[in-house]
Unconditional design. Structure first.
Length: 358
């Protein structure tokens, strides 16, 4: 059996690493995986050490497609992915998440009647202004195998009339968290909990809206007067802050370069609070039992909210400050349940794919 895995962003490489590891370990000689990178997100941190740290193979195919608006980018990807599908003739296309790469691969495969397997199926923010929401809905509706991370995502699909081929396997990110936490445990550089806030800021809904961005910067500025903040800053966000003359307002914030995946885990595990607009970090905070304040108006990871380890504050300065300080002074008393599976999502995914063809 031949699988073509299509990914286009750094987080997707990390998720794919967990599944690829299972293929190599348990299905060597039975499943051949071809890794196609669309090139959607260029990331300087995806250097040789990135692939070595996560034991990821370099992409077999790199389309180098990035830039332009959503329609243009997705269209170019569809054309080039279709060409590769016609050459490679995979039995199945495997996609992750909700990027333009995910949608483009799904459209290309569906037009060629190639079965699609979607990891992280059923996630919904119920905000159709988000390109990601459109991507994930369309992908789910053309997929043959839908691998959900939670009961909530299964219910979301059922509400849209999708029940065939749906599996609640748990979250591959939890697999990864367990795998690398065990590696880091014996690492001498690992620290105990420290009195700092780990912050990230990158989502376009915040960085491209000057009112929201100014409010968040003001919150960071005030918080940093009392509590150390470590802010790994993506070049795009840095450029926007510099252009708007807001970077000088963050003089008290410890701004550092973007970190490798392993180093970022260390920062997350050692922080007392995580302040972010990242979807992935909301879950990682939850996995590592670090309370999280999320600078978004909605989240797909509603379980973290329900279990009181995450709170949505949007870009409201006062809410950001108040809730971050509250969490800093006292973490939630109850340890979180684990709604994201048992750490074997990757095994379950490949087992179901294998059964589908046998």
């Amino acid at each position: 059996m031949k699988i073509m895995t299509v990914i286009g962003a750094r987080p997707q490489f990390i998720k794919a690493a967990a599944v690829s590891r299972v293929i190599k370990k348990n299905y060597k000689g039975k499943i051949k995986e071809i890794l196609l990178h669309t090139g959607q997100h260029y990331d300087e941190n995806m250097s040789k050490i990135f692939f070595e740290q996560l034991d990821i193979s370099l992409p077999d195919i790199n389309l180098n497609i990035s830039g332009g608006n959503h329609g243009s980018m997705t269209g170019r990807m569809i054309i080039e992915i279709e060409k590769q599908l016609e050459v490679e003739k995979p039995d199945l296309v495997l996609v992750y998440g909700d990027t333009n790469s995910t949608l483009a691969a799904s459209i290309s495969a569906s037009k060629l009647n190639i079965p699609i397997s979607h990891v992280e199926a059923g996630l919904r923010s119920f905000n159709m202004n988000m390109p990601e929401e459109v991507n994930r809905i369309l992908t789910d509706h053309v997929s043959s195998l839908l691998f959900c991370p939670t009961n909530t995502s299964v219910m979301n699909l059922a509400n849209e009339g999708i029940s065939d081929g749906v599996f609640n396997v748990g979250d591959v990110m939890y697999d990864i968290a367990i795998h690398y936490s065990e590696k880091i445990k014996n690492d001498k550089t690992q620290q105990n909990k420290q009195d700092y806030i780990l912050a990230t800021l990158h989502r376009a809904e915040n960085t491209d809206n000057i009112d929201r961005l100014e409010s968040i910067v003001q919150a960071f500025c005030e918080l940093s007067q009392d509590i150390p903040i470590i802010l790994p800053l993506h070049p795009r966000t840095r450029n926007i802050l510099t252009k708007l003359n807001l970077i000088n307002n963050l003089k008290a914030v410890n701004i550092i370069e973007p970190q490798s995946y392993i180093d970022m885990i260390r920062y997350e595990q050692s922080a007392k609070v995580i302040l972010t607009d990242s979807g992935g970090m909301q879950k990682e905070a939850f996995f590592y039992k670090v309370p999280c304040v999320t600078m978004r108006d909605e989240t797909e990871w509603t379980e973290t909210i329900d279990l009181k380890w995450n709170i949505l504050v949007g870009a409201d300065k006062e809410k950001i400050i108040e809730n971050t300080k509250n969490f800093f002074e006292a973490s939630p008393k109850i340890l979180p349940d684990q709604p994201y599976g048992d750490g074997s999502a990757s095994n379950k995914i490949i087992n179901e794919i294998h059964k589908y063809f046998n």
